[in-house]
Design a protein around this ligand. Structure first.
Ligand code: SF4
Length: 352
């Protein structure tokens, strides 16, 4: 770190004075209840604050205490999570709540090492809970924080590089103010989320301009180092909604892997399509006499892949022989936890 020209020693004081004036009023900041802070941190992984707030409020209404969540039914939790994405977070949340009940007598552990032993809690979340809920002198470092410190120190840190994240953590922790580790963490989070943005940071409103090396060098856009991106693979898939006597055929995805444990419609296997054959022709041959309706196209982005979907509803007279899955009525279909990629198709077929 180059702090020869611009010392960061006054950073915490300036940052906290700004935070005391400008901090965001967020529902999980209204108490130091470790359960609330943990729940918020899990929901905020990969998700915007504005999207998290209604889910956070609903979760707390349904499961006000950790012990309530630990006793919840899996499907109920998955349903409550529907639309928030990255469903492994919900499964891990539930598994961790149950572990806290059994292994830690229902009390959220306060040490990072113990927190890290719980499903779904990585380095960032463990440090955030330890600092905010328990006042431990640690700093949670995510991509936003790497960006802020890369600019402050004009260093080519790359947010995707784990060892560089740890370097940033050491720097940030060396500047921790005594007695306010939670506020220091939240102030840095606010700065990264509202001022020191990836593009066009609001340096004129930043409490740290005087200390910021990149700002003084007029090189803010140069930092942080840009990670090399690999192109995301695209998967073309055809969704098949089979309807028989006003019932819909669904199955549950495997307990592990992408969208684990959620429900889905059937897929038209590419092997069914002969070269160049349109899907509706293939469906007409597979289900003679069925009423076939096109449900439209949809693109859904995951972190590491993209689904390009086309959907068909196939209303059949005779019950097809299917080895797996169940037939459900409208009400059940609407209540089952479904991945966001398929909820648009579900809404369409519920109107048929
Ligand atoms: S001065 Fe600008 S670049 Fe530097 S920390 Fe503040 S917002 Fe970020």
């Amino acid at each position: 770190m180059n702090t020869n020209q611009f010392e960061l020693i006054g950073l915490a004081g300036r940052l906290l004075a700004w935070y005391d004036r400008e901090k965001r009023d967020l529902p999980w900041r209204r108490s130091k209840d470790p359960y609330r802070i943990w729940l918020a941190e899990i929901m905020l992984q990969q998700t915007q604050v504005s999207a998290v707030i209604p889910y956070f409020d609903r979760f707390l209404q349904t499961w006000p205490r950790l012990s309530d969540l630990a006793r919840a039914h899996d499907d109920q939790v998955m349903k409550a999570w529907e639309g928030l994405g990255y469903y492994s977070r919900a499964r891990n949340l539930l598994a961790a709540a149950r572990l806290i009940e059994t292994r830690f007598s229902g009390v959220m552990p306060s040490e990072e090492k113990e927190l890290l032993s719980l499903p779904g809690i990585g380095e960032y979340t463990a440090a955030a809970i330890a600092a905010i809920a328990f006042g431990r002198p640690v700093v949670a470092v995510d991509g936003n924080l790497v960006r802020v410190f890369a600019r402050l120190t004009a260093t080519d840190w790359d947010p995707s590089n784990l060892s560089q994240r740890r370097q940033v953590r050491r720097v940030a922790e060396s500047l921790l103010p005594p007695g306010r580790p939670g506020d220091y963490n939240e102030a840095l989070m606010d700065l990264g989320a509202t001022i020191c943005l990836p593009r066009r940071p609001g340096c004129s409103a930043c409490p740290l301009t005087e200390l910021c090396l990149a700002f003084h060098q007029d090189q803010v856009d140069r930092y942080p180092a840009k990670p090399r991106r690999r192109p995301r693979p695209v998967e073309n898939k055809i969704v098949l909604v089979l309807i028989w006597q006003k019932k819909f055929h669904v199955s549950r995805r495997p307990a592990q892997g992408l969208l684990a444990g959620l429900y889905q419609f059937d897929w038209l296997s590419p092997s069914v399509l002969r070269e160049g054959q349109a899907a509706d022709l293939a469906l007409a041959q597979m289900y003679p006499g069925a009423k076939i309706s096109w449900l439209g196209e949809k693109t859904h982005d995951f972190t590491h892949r993209q689904w390009q979907l086309g959907g068909y509803a196939v209303q059949v007279e005779a019950r097809p022989e299917l080895k797996t899955g169940i037939w459900v009525d409208r009400r059940t279909l609407a209540a089952l936890p479904f991945p966001a990629a398929l909820t648009g198709y579900r809404e369409r077929v519920l109107l048929l």
